[in-house]
Design a binder for this molecule. Structure first.
Ligand code: FES
Length: 582
């Protein structure tokens, strides 16, 4: 496919586009050139296609710790292809350095990314992202901005070793912390483990949200082929950066914008990949948000149906045994996509101007490896994520069945309710807490408006007295999210959330709840009349804020099924629903 297209006649490009308003366009360009020449650039440089580089390097973001080297390689690629690289900063978000949760700031980063792409002169943009919220934010912003855009993933971190056992963030962080809480590990040993969990810069080394979004970005066609899996500190990652820079120049010349790549077919491919990699539940929210920016609504029920025919093929933690660097050694996304071919739209366009099918062919034949299973021999027979319905979650809820305990997936139990995160912190470890292993723990008000920002608190801990008695998992239900690196029988994203008066708000300790993953059911065994009476007796007052970004957030944030985006950022009149769109 020949994607070369000159820009339409008369449409300004390069440094001539998007001039600052002084009422005199000639002067605007004259002034702009004067300033950029002050940075030492020549007329010849200014004649080249301008490639913006959205830089998210930050001392607060070790997952992007390789950004300086990546950007150097990116710039080399841009220059080799005849473009002018222009690096600019945007917000950067790391999971452990953003309070109360990075999710509160994802939409702000998306707005920053969109507006800086719009405001500054560039013919294409490279989005340098990796840590959980950064790639979704960048893809949301780029989809809205509409300029040719390509994602460069920072890459996963290496794995560490503790007394002969391989460890990596963050599945092993949680496992070792749970052992420490259960007094199976002493304080001096946990301190040693702490130094091994993140042995290099880069994103978490399991199939957490960052790795999931990297694979989704490639499945969407938004990275160069092979862009998802090379670890952060490898030569291959630098070469991917160089190729990405060169590709951005081609995209600028061809005018290949995200509207031609982020199609219904591309989103369906991404959903297949999410299911087949046992990916993070967070990606359901992020995909809904990115799709929303492209004008599509994500159909959760249809995603669930898709899951029944899409097995988990990737044997990575937390659903499996391996780490991202093993996935890369096994051929990365090419190996996975080759297996998934019968289920993919192979004619979906990618940033290269070629189709996904053409890129799979170009990657060559597969080879013997044990990280990506064949379709006929999956590690889990269905997709990793199941969508639940019922009177407790009229707008749906999800469970990561591939990381849940088989014994708890069909379970009825007594609810033990925590009204919010503060209540949980106060009582979860109280020796007097009335709780048994077969109970169902319910945590309210950690949804989009409740916490706010839908923090990753859904995988809240087992009560201390039960953990010390050897209980490893219990059914836990909330309107929050959980880290993609977490595991357990954890029901998430209950919609509508408690803070806006969803049925979850009216669950009481002692109620009985039934979970059936097989029937996709989440039922509160309380009559509609009783629930209505409780709602009338205790009306919910939605949280508000006096000023600033928090006020904007609480006034405009959508529920989980709409991607937790702001209502005013979603274009009116959706093109269709996915899967199932045209
Ligand atoms: Fe950044 Fe896990 S904390 S990817």
């Amino acid at each position: 496919m020949n994607e070369d297209r000159d820009p339409p006649e008369g449409v300004p490009t390069g440094m001539r586009q998007g001039l600052t308003s002084y009422g005199d366009t000639g002067f605007s360009l004259f002034l702009r050139k004067a300033f950029i020449k002050g940075a030492g650039l020549s007329e010849a440089a200014l004649e080249r296609p301008v490639i913006g580089i959205a830089s998210t390097g930050s001392a607060y973001n070790p997952c992007h710790g390789n950004a300086p080297q990546l950007i150097e390689a990116l710039k080399r690629g841009v220059m080799l292809a005849g473009g002018l690289p222009m690096e600019f900063p945007t917000i950067s978000l790391h999971e452990s350095f953003a309070a109360p949760t990075s999710m509160v700031l994802r939409n702000l980063m998306a707005m920053d990314t969109e507006e800086m792409i719009r405001a500054q002169p560039m013919d294409a943009v490279v989005l340098v992202g990796g840590c959980d919220k950064t790639v979704p934010a960048q893809l949301m912003g780029a989809a809205s901005a509409g300029k040719p855009a390509i994602q460069l993933i920072t890459g996963s971190m290496l794995t560490g070793s503790h007394r002969g056992e391989r460890v990596g963030a963050c599945t092993d962080c949680r496992r070792w912390w749970a052992r420490f809480r259960a007094q199976e590990v002493e304080a001096d040993e946990i301190a040693v483990v702490n130094e091994q969990l993140v042995p290099s810069v880069g994103t978490c080394s399991v199939m957490g949200t960052a790795s999931t979004m990297a694979c989704i970005a490639e499945a969407l066609g938004m990275t160069v082929p092979g862009g998802a899996s090379p670890p952060a500190v490898t030569a291959e990652r630098m070469r991917v950066a160089e190729r990405t820079g060169a590709q951005a120049v081609q995209m600028a010349r061809a005018g290949l914008g995200p509207d031609r790549i982020l199609t219904a077919k591309a989103f369906e491919n991404a959903m297949r990949v999410l299911l087949a990699i046992g990916g993070s539940t967070n990606a359901v929210v992020h995909l809904a948000a990115i799709a929303g920016r492209a004008g599509f609504e994500l159909d959760l029920k249809a995603l669930d149906r898709m899951g029944t025919e899409t097995p988990v093929l990737l044997d990575l933690k937390p659903s499996g045994a391996h780490y991202m660097e093993d996935f890369h050694a096994a051929g990365g996304m090419a190996t996975l996509l080759r297996e998934l071919k019968p289920l993919l739209h192979l004619d979906a366009l990618t940033v290269t101007g070629r189709t996904l099918g053409e890129e799979i062919e170009a990657a060559g034949p597969g080879f013997a490896q044990d990280v990506v299973r064949p379709l006929a021999r999956p590690i889990y027979p269905q997709g990793g994520i199941a969508v639940l319905q019922g009177n407790l979650a009229p707008g749906g809820a999800i469970v990561k069945q591939s990381a849940a305990s088989a014994a708890l997936m069909e379970h009825e139990g007594r609810a033990v309710v925590f009204e919010d995160a503060a209540d949980l912190a106060l009582r979860i470890d109280d020796p007097a807490l009335d709780v048994h292993a077969e109970d169902i723990l319910v945590l309210k008000r950690i949804g989009p408006k409740g916490a706010p920002g839908m923090p990753e608190a859904g995988a809240f801990p087992i009560p201390l007295k039960l953990a010390r008695a050897g209980v490893k998992d219990m059914v836990r239900i909330s309107d929050g999210r959980m880290s993609g690196t977490a595991f357990g029988t954890i029901v998430l994203h209950v919609t509508p959330e408690a803070a806006v008066g969803g049925p979850l708000a009216h669950v009481r300790s002692g109620d009985r709840i039934r979970l059936s993953v097989q029937r996709r059911e989440l039922a509160l065994l309380v009559t509609d009349e009783e629930l209505a009476a409780r709602a009338k007796a205790n009306p919910v007052r939605e949280p508000t804020a006096e000023r600033g970004y928090r006020k904007l957030f609480l006034q405009t944030v959508l529920q989980a099924d709409r991607g937790v985006d702001f209502d005013f950022l979603v274009p009116p009149g959706p093109k269709g629903r996915i899967p199932g769109g045209g």
